[in-house]
Design a protein around this ligand. Structure first.
Ligand code: NAP
Ligand code: GCO
Length: 266
């Protein structure tokens, strides 16, 4: 196999959940550039419409589906629809996710459950829906979008850290349980990435200065910058391609070195 073939996704069908914008959109764009057929979902009709226009503007004929990843019936129906329209799913990226930044003592149990439902239960639900097709086909790639919070905690993100820590172990378990069917399940762990999800952490202050958390993250990142969704494109294509056929149960951190670094002395 040539090196180009090794990194090609030509003819593959990819589902990227929550890929209306942000990290998921960039990953789907990268997969399309590598030759894959793209399916994505989100919950909002408005986001779906805008996303289809954005994909088309980049020359990508993505198929978009309105589907709440926490609803197993909706997910099963979406996967069946994708298999009919694009073929059996070869690559799944469990990207859809939310965060709630609330001190634990103030967080309602229902708020905790909602984060766990979307960030952990849903990757189980969607993976369970696509695995039978991958087993039938004799190969598959599942990529779970983990986080710095798969390894580290911080104030106000208890539900998110619990979910992303669990997602790391779900990744390892899918790798363990389905490796014999030539299915590789890995995680991609973005550092702090400039997307709508982290916009509140980067808001300019009233006096025009940078948000304290923005400055904190830059001081904790050896590359002294926030990541961009584009920084994830190459690593995602690697994990989705034949180039990673013997990489299984691994979390590939794309964090500019945060996890390796004690942080710059103030
Ligand atoms: P984002 O900008 O908030 O986008 C999240 C996406 O998920 C949106 O398309 C949203 O669309 C969709 N979504 C949320 N809940 C959903 C549900 N129940 N069903 C279907 N779609 C749903 O987030 P992001 O920053 O791109 O992050 C994407 C993933 O990367 C998340 O798992 C996040 O935890 C993870 N991550 C982010 C960072 C970062 O710094 N940004 C770092 C590490 C990991 P709708 O609202 O229209 O449904
Ligand atoms: C936060 C951020 C982080 C990032 C990401 C880091 O509030 O700490 O939202 O959680 O989203 O997960 O990898």
């Amino acid at each position: 196999m040539s090196m180009n073939q090794m990194f090609s996704l030509e003819g593959k069908t990819a589902l990227v959940t929550g890929a209306a914008y942000g990290i998921g959109f960039a990953i789907a764009e990268a997969f399309a550039a590598a030759g894959a057929k793209i399916a994505f979902n989100c919950r909002s009709e408005e986001h779906l419409k805008q996303a289809l226009e954005d994909y088309a503007a980049k020359g990508i004929q993505a198929k978009g589906y309105l589907c709440d990843v926490t609803d197993e019936a909706q997910v099963q129906a979406m996967v069946a629809e994708i298999e009919k329209e694009l073929g059996v799913i070869d690559i799944l990226v469990n990207n859809a996710g939310i965060i709630k930044r609330i001190p634990m003592t103030e967080m309602k149990a229902e708020e905790f459950r909602q984060v766990i439902d979307i960030d952990l239960n849903a990757p189980f639900i969607v993976s369970k829906a696509v695995l039978p097709g991958m087993i039938r086909k004799g190969h598959g790639k599942i990529i779970n979008v983990c986080s710095m919070m798969s390894e580290l905690g911080r104030e106000t993100v208890s539900a998110y850290a619990a979910a992303k820590g669990g997602l790391k172990m779900l990744t390892k378990n899918i790798a363990s349980e389905y490796g014999e069917y030539n299915i590789q399940c890995n995680g991609i762990g973005p550092g702090y990435i400039a997307t709508p999800q982290t916009a509140p952490l980067r808001e300019k202050q009233a006096d025009g200065s940078r948000h304290p958390f923005d400055q904190f993250i830059v001081s904790k990142t050896p590359q002294a910058r926030w990541g961009t969704p584009e920084d994830l494109m190459g690593p995602a294509v690697f994990l989705a391609s034949d180039a990673s056929n013997f990489v299984n149960g691994h979390i590939l951190y794309v964090d500019g070195g945060i996890l390796a670094y004690i942080g710059k002395q103030p």
